[in-house]
Design a protein around this ligand. Structure first.
Ligand code: ZN
Length: 114
């Protein structure tokens, strides 16, 4: 990187401010000019940044962002299973894997519904 005041060579400098951030900037030895860069970042530390809210319990059921089925689907699956319908037929009807139907019927999944 060249000085944009005089075209001379720049020396990279780093300093730390009292907020624990690190700034990198450049100083030109030829003209004494300084160039601040956009680099300005908190010193990397392991783990989440301070002040990050602790994750709560996972969103269950429909409130989970990955949910495909609704509570009504689950109630219907359990109703059909209770009426004697084969789990693999229920799976085909809802587009689920049979193992997932089993998990719903045995209350391993969606256990907060009913
Ligand atoms: Zn310069």
């Amino acid at each position: 990187m060249k000085c944009y005041h005089c075209g001379g060579r720049l020396q990279r400098t780093t300093n730390h401010n009292r907020y624990g951030e690190r700034h990198r900037w450049f100083r030109c030895h030829d003209c004494g000019g300084t160039t601040h860069t956009v680099e300005r970042y908190v010193n990397p530390k392991p783990g989440p940044a301070p002040g990050t809210p602790k994750p709560g319990p996972a969103a269950r059921g429909e409130r989970n962002a990955g949910a495909v089925f609704t509570a009504d689907n689950i109630i219907e699956v359990r109703r059909l299973a209770a009426s004697g319908m084969m789990q693999k037929d229920i799976a085909a009807q809802f587009g689920m894997r049979p193992s997932y139907v089993s998990r719903i019927v045995n209350r391993h999944a969606w256990k907060h519904i009913e």
